[in-house]
Write a protein that binds this ligand. Structure first.
Ligand code: FMN
Ligand code: SF4
Length: 450
């Protein structure tokens, strides 16, 4: 591993040289034409290879419906020219909300979601001449549930000495059984609202992700691989059955937790930093058999002390140590995990991630990965917050503007950690700098009080 370094590259040549000096397998193609080519997802065709990764703003109305901030965010993304918009985390049950303003689609607010979807379609049609493929992420926050106020209400599949804080409640098998129908109900509502598909979220150590790693749990959902994957595969099958062939069932899942055995998934039992592909590859094949039509890999636990596994950065949130690896090494890991998933998934397209740290050089790495068959789509997380129209600039002008890029400062994450509504503090400074300051001051005060 090499020393951590902040981004300072002025040319593609400089970043190429650094990549070579570190001995990394990341390629950059200067011909970007592949990014503008269409690709099939299930029964639909995405107009190009850019995808928005799900990025939660923690800014819905209290009933879970889209607020003005949500509508504004998706309007910008619709203008931005993405072939695929993967809408953010949407809770399937109130107790599984990560915060009291997390999206939550219900029978009572489905019409507001329909307006959001129609608005996205009509703006993208007008600006770009196509409708994006629209996927809604369905989630239960499990260990990271905080449905009301500032109090965590962790619902966990197993105890974990690295993550437990003392107030965890172990969920019963019967509770997990009951959630299957809740996923189905949310998926049917998503279809009614006009989404093209749903994502059964199993990443970032929320409930479904932690279940995959529940080696110490007893009963039908813990221990063996068959038991640990039962919930995810059952939900995929049931949603597939209920929603029909004209609806995409996707999954964004953690391929590699970077967490010690017996609490992590995809990790070597003796070395948590070593990826063991055996179970992740088997899971991909099982998900494809169960009816998944779109995948996105992620890894790590953004709430723990190694968030670079999920999102390589220049500057960490408060209290997070500087990583003991170069951001390009973290990026290489994410690209490699994507390629493993794409190979196992065969014809099912995979959305890659880990691009934002590369700033305006990301289209070159994205083109190389697609040309090399390592993924079918390039997913933008923080970059989509900072620079929502990056795809339009690449596809229409041939390049991204370095002055509009995400600088991976982690301030949007800091707002989330401080329980605020989030967005890009740097590029949408007028709106989000005051929000950042307010919630950070309140969080510091809360900490002092306890
Ligand atoms: C503020 C914020 C909100 C996020 N919300 C979600 C989410 O709702 N669902 C999800 O799967 N990932 C979420 N992520 C993770 C991103 O989708 C993405 O995996 C990560 O930021 C790495 O991609 P990037 O390097 O392009 O940012 C979030 C990340 C951030 C910083
Ligand atoms: S606040 Fe903006 S610039 Fe900083 S990491 Fe978030 S999206 Fe990027």
């Amino acid at each position: 591993m090499s020393a951590h370094e902040k981004f300072g590259f002025k040319s593609l040549e400089e970043i190429r040289e650094k990549t070579q000096a570190l001995g990394l397998n990341i390629r950059y193609d200067e011909n970007l034409s592949v990014l503008g080519t269409p690709y099939r997802i299930g029964h639909l065709q995405a107009a190009n290879r850019f995808a928005v990764l799900p990025m939660e703003g923690c800014d819905s109305n209290t009933d879970g419906s889209p607020s003005k901030l949500v509508t504004d965010r998706y309007e910008k993304l619709a203008r931005g020219g993405y072939g695929l918009i993967w809408f953010e985390a949407n809770a399937i049950v109130p107790e599984g909300r990560a915060n009291e303003l997390q999206m939550m689609l219900t029978a009572s607010n489905v019409s507001k979601f329909r307006s959001l979807v129609q608005n996205v379609d009509s703006i993208s049609m007008k600006e770009n001449g196509f409708k994006p493929v629209k996927i809604l992420q369905l989630t239960h926050s499990g260990r990271y549930s905080r449905p009301e106020g500032h109090l965590a209400r962790p619902l966990v599949p197993q105890h974990d000495p690295y993550l437990d804080r003392g107030n965890e409640v172990i969920v019963s098998d019967e509770y997990l059984d009951s959630l299957v129908q809740r996923y189905v109900i949310s998926a049917l509502l998503a279809k009614e609202a006009g989404f093209d598909g749903v994502d059964i979220k199993a990443c970032h150590r929320y409930l479904m992700s932690e279940l995959l790693a529940s080696h110490t749990r007893e009963g039908r959902y813990g221990g063996s691989y068959e038991n640990r994957s039962r919930m995810l595969l059952t939900v995929i099958r049931e949603v597939r059955k209920a929603t029909g062939d004209d609806f995409i069932v996707a999954s964004r899942f953690n391929v590699f937790d970077a967490h010690p055995y017996p609490y992590g998934f995809g990790c070597d039992h003796d070395d948590m930093w070593k990826f063991d592909p055996q179970e992740p590859v088997r899971l991909v094949k099982d998900m494809v058999k169960a009816g998944v039509g779109l995948l996105s890999n992620s890894g790590g636990n953004p709430y723990y002390i190694y968030p670079q596994v999920t999102r390589p950065f220049d500057k960490s949130s408060y209290g997070i140590p500087t990583p003991e690896e170069h951001p390009l090494e973290s990026i290489q890991r994410l690209f490699y995990l994507t390629s493993v998933v794409q190979e196992a998934a065969g014809d099912v397209p995979v959305v890659g991630n880990g691009y934002s740290w590369l700033r305006n050089f990301l289209p070159y790495a994205a083109s190389a990965n697609i040309n090399d068959g390592r993924c079918r789509f390039v997913g933008l997380g923080r970059e989509s917050f900072a620079y929502p129209d990056a795809p339009a600039d690449v596809l229409k002008k041939g390049a991204m503007d370095p002055g509009k890029c995400c600088i991976t400062c982690s301030l949007c994450t800091q707002i989330m950690r401080d329980h605020g509504t989030t967005g890009c503090v740097i590029r949408n400074n007028k709106v989000y700098m005051p929000i950042y300051k307010k919630f950070n001051a309140e969080a510091v005060e809360r900490e002092h009080r306890t």
